[in-house]
Design a protein around this ligand. Sequence first.
Ligand code: AMP
Length: 283
Amino acid sequence: MEIVETVCAMKAQVAAWKAEGLTVGLVPTMGSLHAGHESLMDAARAACDRVVVSVFVNPIQFGPGEDFDAYPRDIERDGAIAAAHGVDVVFHPTAEEMYPPAHNTYVVMETLTDALCGASRPGHFRGVCTVVTKLFNIVRPDQAFFGQKDAQQLAIIKRMVADLNMNVTVVGCPIVREEDGLAKSSRNAYLSPEERQAALVLSRAIRAGEAAVAAGERDGTTLRRLMTAVIEEEPLARIDYIEVVDGLTMRPVEAIGETALVAMAVYIGRTRLIDNFLYEAGE
Ligand code: AMP
């Protein structure tokens, strides 16, 4: 397993693999790897001849006052985890390598990025679309693996790939949770023991929502109220949003039809956590 730090060296490695006719899988991450990332690496390992994991805390997807500086970074630990999961290369460029001073081009999507996390984090998905496009151009993956944990991001990347005719198959992978239900996240490291306990309210609300839908509830407002009530039982929690939206357009739905995304962002103390579930009729 090799850690590659320059775009030039990464492109050369990919060119050599392609010359041999090998397929390439890419797992884009911001590092601080956990079991959620590991599930993506395992999926990539099973599907592709060569696997690249990018570890890059992308400055342009963080807004002012967000946690760019505080975001946990430990490339040695990440490298060891990637190696243990059969990853061939960790691509770990510096911010200057990805965005040299003359950098002046961004990928901006229209309405899909307005709702949910896009509404709370202006410019976030511009940063995500730009870095993912750059990673796709550098690594030229046959398949790229993203978690359902970031459901809006996954929908946006799929849309971008279709809209811009990119030659990559986007694979969505299920949310990996701690045993007690909390969705794995690098940001869980920010939580104090008391907050870690309080954070369970997210998965509790998700389970309550899922149970209601399974029991036949289809009204978006009722579902939001029910889940809001669960979150409001926890004094350390502050709701950023709870929304019931169409899984493709991210527009709010009044009544759930064939498919819906039920997504939330909740502050536990100063830490913003997200969770969601996808409803698909017949599943
Ligand atoms: P991040 O490093 O947080 O930017 O995440 C990198 C990738 O890992 C994204 O595609 C995330 O959706 C995915 N991911 C993060 N947490 C989880 C999780 N708990 N389960 C599944 N995928 C995850």
